[in-house]
Design a protein around this ligand. Structure first.
Ligand SMILES: Nc1ncnc2c1ncn2[C@@H]1O[C@H](COP(=O)(O)OP(=O)(O)OP(=O)(O)O)[C@@H](O)[C@H]1O
Ligand SMILES: [Mg+2]
Length: 319
């Protein structure tokens, strides 16, 4: 394996999947570097769970290639399974067992051995703030506790790559933040996270790279900043030292969106380095000094709405 392959946790090329007549994944390419968070966004039914199920060996793709943890998905599914953990969209915990029993069951499935399994279970109960609830049946847990237990169960075998399918759906803001902290902690330990979510703020908070799935294809991929620059609405706000500077800049740039009280001008633009440099260059040529500059980008909600259709019949295709 070359260095690049070793640094790659997940590599997917031309992945295809159809259910009957319906093509869900229509040639997906993506690469997730080790120790990073990759977030897959997309409307309901766009194929996020299908993608997770394929990459975690639960179902087979119809075509294309994928390597997970350096192993070929089709040729070495067992090898892949050993390296990964999966938290499904719907909780996999058994409501009739206690939290601790669920964890020990998982440890047994991983053949950890009795003593080591118990140690792992107790360690995770501690880490996920479930010690008090450890001996209560999961049926009595709140949604947040159940999701924490779910993620804890995923960690039992010490996986290097974790798939989290909508890990915080239905959680309150505090539980969501707790989950984010858990994810950040895992990444600090070098774990790679493949995350699907409906919460764009979640992707914004956690993901190194984000891809938007729609109509069977990735319609956009990049950092959250890159994606935000794809949609209009971004602007650069410039502040000047005095009204004379503001006037001069407004003339030079031909901008009418001004706030005289704040001595600010609002210039439409994507906030990319190149356009910023050009903007500042024009002001410098005219000997106008800028006091402050800030870039305002649209948020990921804007990106999501612009890139994906509200429903199947109302699709706005991306550029
Ligand atoms: N086993 C299956 N048999 C037939 N169709 C399926 C099967 N699994 C998924 N599909 C279909 O594939 C499409 C993608 O489903 P998937 O669950 O991957 O979407 P999703 O992006 O995870 O949606 P959500 O945001 O609602 O979780 C849907 O149209 C779904 O009905
Ligand atoms: Mg899903």
């Amino acid at each position: 394996m070359n260095t690049e392959a070793r640094q790659t946790a997940i590599h997917v090329a031309g992945l295809r999947k159809a259910f009957g007549e319906k093509t869900v994944l229509d040639g997906i390419d993506l690469t997730v570097p080790r120790g990073t968070v990759f977030s897959l966004l997309g409307p309901n039914g766009s194929g996020k769970t299908t993608m997770v199920r394929i990459l975690s060996t639960l179902i087979r793709a119809d075509g294309g290639e994928a390597r997970v943890a350096g192993r070929d998905l089709a040729r070495d599914p067992d090898g892949v399974r050993k390296a990964i953990g999966v938290t499904g969209q719907y909780s996999a915990v058994d409501g009739l067992l206690t939290g601790r029993e669920n964890l020990i069951l998982m440890a047994d499935l991983h053949h950890l051995g009795k003593a080591a399994g118990r140690r792992a279970a107790d360690g995770l109960l501690e880490r996920f703030d479930l010690v008090e609830a450890a001996n209560k049946t999961v049926a009595t847990y709140s949604g947040g506790m159940r999701r924490r237990l779910d993620i804890a169960m995923t960690l039992i075998g010490g996986p290097r790559i974790i798939f989290l399918d909508e890990p915080t759906t239905g959680l309150d803001p505090r539980s969501r933040r707790t989950t984010w902290e858990i994810v950040r902690g895992l990444v600090r330990d070098g774990v790679t996270i493949f995350l699907t979510t409906q919460y764009l703020e979640e992707a914004d908070q956690l993901a190194d790279r984000i891809a938007v799935l729609d109509g069977g294809r990735l319609v956009a991929e990049g950092t959250s900043g890159e994606l935000k620059r794809l949609v209009p609405g971004g602007h650069v706000r410039l502040r000047f030292h005095d009204l004379a500077g503001l006037d001069a800049a407004a003339r030079v740039l031909g901008v009418t969106a001004r706030d005289d009280d704040a001595l600010c001008l609002q210039v439409p633009g994507d906030g990319g380095v190149r356009s910023l440099r050009a903007l500042l260059g024009r002001l410098e040529d005219a000997a106008v000094e800028v006091g402050e500059l800030s870039v305002h980008t649209p948020d990921l909600d804007d990106v999501f709405l612009a890139l994906t259709g509200e429903n199947e019949n109302e699709k706005v295709t991306s550029a």
